[in-house]
Design a protein around this ligand. Structure first.
Ligand code: PXP
Length: 246
């Protein structure tokens, strides 16, 4: 069964738009997490950015204390956040590149260029019983490097696929890259997640990509939630993920 991890960052984005610098305010991300879980989500994802633009430290601690499913902490491989993650003990961390000027995570990690540092962090996380995923573009060189770090998972970046979804020839090319990447990662013993830009329109096409374990989806679910409610938005996405052939 293909699992859904809901990225709740945007609930914090909305709160921070009004209540930045305060220690309370609505909406409360952890309440959103509980609604996602009750609607059938298999995990909750939150990105604690160095600039704390949306999710705050208190959010991840509250998530850790209260959610019943898996906590996936997205994070940059920087000392401050690595130390925090080791104290927090999420079930899994997804290491992502982070640039202050970006609106959202734009590219994948250059694992090939940072293999030693990522391997070191991978070991520290695993020693603390935290699984490790690396967010990478579906490129053979990056997938091979990810396997060498000893990571348990890769999360294939679906941003290009999503971006070019309405151009049939580019969609075919990008899907092919994801199919090849998933096959390579699986053959190397990596478990395969995917995410970024996935939505209610492009989800069906992703069923062509084999070996997927979990999708991490944020923007489209939270956007739909504004119109139909979070529980319905999660259930609608889960319905589209049903019958994934594996
Ligand atoms: N996966 C990763 C690694 C991400 O950085 C993000 C965005 O925070 C997502 C998934 C979710 O992307 P989206 O909000 O476009 O669904």
């Amino acid at each position: 069964m293909l699992k859904l991890g809901v990225n709740i960052d945007h609930t914090a984005t909305l709160r921070e738009a009004r209540y930045r610098g305060r220690t309370d305010g609505e909406p409360v991300p952890v309440e959103a997490a509980h609604i996602c879980e009750a609607a059938g989500a298999h995990g909750i994802t939150a990105h604690l950015r160095e600039d704390r633009r949306h999710i705050q430290d208190r959010d991840v601690w509250k998530l850790r204390e209260t959610i019943a499913t898996r906590l996936n902490l997205e994070m940059a491989n920087v000392p401050e956040i690595v130390s925090l993650a080791i104290k927090l003990r999420p079930d899994i961390v997804c290491l992502v590149p982070e640039r202050r000027e970006e609106v959202t995570t734009e590219g994948g990690l250059d694992v090939a260029a940072h293999e030693a540092a990522l391997t070191e962090t991978r070991k520290r996380m695993n020693d603390a019983n935290i699984e490790v995923s690396l967010f990478i573009a579906p490129e053979a060189r990056q997938i091979a490097a990810a396997a060498r770090t000893g990571a348990q998972f890769v999360e294939l970046h679906t941003g290009q696929f999503a971006e070019h979804f309405h151009d049939p020839s580019r969609q075919t090319t990008e899907l092919r890259r994801l199919v090849d990447g998933a096959r390579q990662a699986h053959a190397l013993g990596l478990q395969v997640n995917a995410g970024h830009g996935l939505n209610y329109q492009n989800l069906a096409a992703l069923h062509q990509v084999p070996h997927l374990v979990e999708l991490n989806i944020g923007h489209s679910i939270i956007s739909r939630a504004v119109l139909v409610g979070l529980s319905t938005a999660v259930k609608e996405m889960l319905a589209l993920m049903q019958n994934y052939p594996g």
